[in-house]
Design a protein. Sequence first.
Length: 296
Amino acid sequence: MSSLVPPKSTDIQYETDAPIEYRVEDGVAWLMMDRPAFNNAQNGQMTYALDDAFQRAVNDDGVGAIVLGGNGKHFSAGHDIGTPGRDLHHEFDKRLMFAPHTNKPAAELLYTREQEQYLGMCRRWRDIPKPTIAMVQGACIAGGLMLAWVCDLIVASDDAFFQDPVNPLMGIPGVEYFAHAYELPPRIAKEFLLLGERMSAERAAQFGMVNRVVARDALRETVAAMAAKLAKQDRLGNWLTKQAVNHVEELRGKRAAMDAVFHMHHFAHAQNDLVKGDSIAGVSGKSAAAENKKAG
Ligand code: ZN
């Protein structure tokens, strides 16, 4: 795929019309990614459905807390880089006042799309005024990390692992929402990014990237109990409290750091396009999985 000649969006075959399952129980909105056949790979369709779901949960005064999870074996294999529903060249109504991306030449196409769909959406979701919990089992890879990181709390099962392999695979310094060096101490963030290896939930918890690690069969009930407690607490108090910590992160330069690294990320996409004729260095979902398997 070259970003110079966008294929027609009619090539896309969605396997579902509803990639996010939404339900409310006991004041808690459960947002479940529902592309289990593709390990919940995040395409544009899912991104916008997720944005709709978060908006719905925010608008509903009966919802006091939000859980984000994934149906099936894995939380998320990351951004969609190879399913029949990959929709890089489909135009959705922008939510964040960016121009259309599909008609833009060369590097401007991906830059415009990722400003909205990755960096912009993640920031929007991180700042929603209700507490959020990521419920993570199995794989949480690359784009999957962004979805977990925007949540206020992360609860993982003991079979969960976290990985950002985009430097080894594509020569790109991490996924678009560069929270790595905020979620992990700098030297561990370097190891995580440079080697791109899996980090177990237990190890992630040692660095504070994960709040709790529980047995796989206790995951849902653990998250449900935490979310129900949050949902019963004072709405404004919960909002102010999460804002307080988010604000401290901003004072530590999180937003400015992410803006800077986002541009390095796009320099690397452009370099891949120039050198390899493909912004992600010809990597597909299949080839990434094969490399991962080799790496153990
Ligand atoms: Zn990117």
